[in-house]
Design a protein around this ligand. Structure first.
Ligand SMILES: [Zn+2]
Length: 264
């Protein structure tokens, strides 16, 4: 029993090596390039990289994020190996977990959801959604596929509306800043990537669950914004910056979908 748990731990370790690698190179080079040291820029040998060694040129050790991701994902793989979400099944659970981890890490570090990851997510989303409605809910294949696609359309459409609302707020804020004699900082709270993410999560959850999934994500995002707002008020840093914070971000949307798929 305990020995076999080494299997999911090793799978999780390998999966998070992939997440760390993609998070290190994709935002910078947009391709599967050889990893480089973020401190001195020297290329890192693949073997050193996979063994999480420090940079041979400047001695800087691997980032804290690298280690947090490795540990969190390996432990999560073990947990969901034991308590596998019934509707998802084991393989899809682990793949979806890896995909979620990648989106969250890149979004937290760069406030960016890369288009290629959304394309992969859409393919994964159709498979996950169709599987859930076909296997777990017993719909015929065509209807299951339809349920997934409809969910994708709803998720994409809703997030598109939120995006337009965000653009309106950003426009209003830019005008206020101009009126106050400040330069427009081009700050955009809600990126286009979040719209695609809404579509991906919709495909996964299907039309029956996408509304709850987004709602959980938005509530969580609102709660986090509220905490930030209170913190800012306590420190008397109130400004029109606060206009921007009641808007959900990728990691919160992922958290909502994660709850629905893995814990709900
Ligand atoms: Zn270095």
């Amino acid at each position: 029993m305990t020995l076999t748990l080494l299997i999911p731990f090793a799978l999780g370790w390998a999966g998070s090596l992939l997440v760390n690698y993609l998070s290190d190179v994709l935002p910078h080079t947009r391709r599967f390039s050889q990893p480089a040291c973020p401190h001195c820029g020297a290329k890192i040998a693949w073997s050193d990289y996979a063994l999480l060694r420090a940079c041979r040129s400047c001695g800087v050790v691997r980032s804290l994020r690298t280690w947090i991701t490795q540990i969190t994902m390996s432990v999560s793989f073990v947990y969901f190996w034991i308590y596998t979400p019934k509707a998802l099944g084991l393989p899809l659970s682990l793949i979806t977990l890896t995909y979620f981890a990648l989106i969250v890490v890149i979004d937290l570090e760069h406030r960016l959801i890369l288009f290629p990851t959304s394309v992969f997510g859409a393919a994964l989303g159709v498979i996950v959604g169709t599987h859930i409605y076909y296997s777990a809910k017993g719909l015929p294949f065509g209807a299951a596929l339809g349920a997934s696609l409809l969910g994708g359309a709803i998720g994409f459409g809703l997030m598109y509306l939120v995006y337009q609302l965000g653009a309106l707020l950003a426009h209003y804020r830019a005008r206020k800043m101009q009126a106050a004699g400040q330069a427009d900082d081009g700050e955009e709270a809600f990126g286009g990537g979040d719209v695609y993410l809404g579509g991906v999560l919709g495909l996964m959850l299907g039309w029956q669950y996408i509304l709850s999934g987004l709602l959980y994500g938005i509530l969580l995002g609102g709660l986090a914004s509220f905490v930030l707002l209170v913190a800012a008020l306590i420190q008397r840093k109130y400004s029109n910056q606060l206009l921007m914070i009641f808007i959900p971000y990728g990691p919160y949307l992922i958290a909502g979908a994660f709850y629905m798929l893995f814990l709900g």
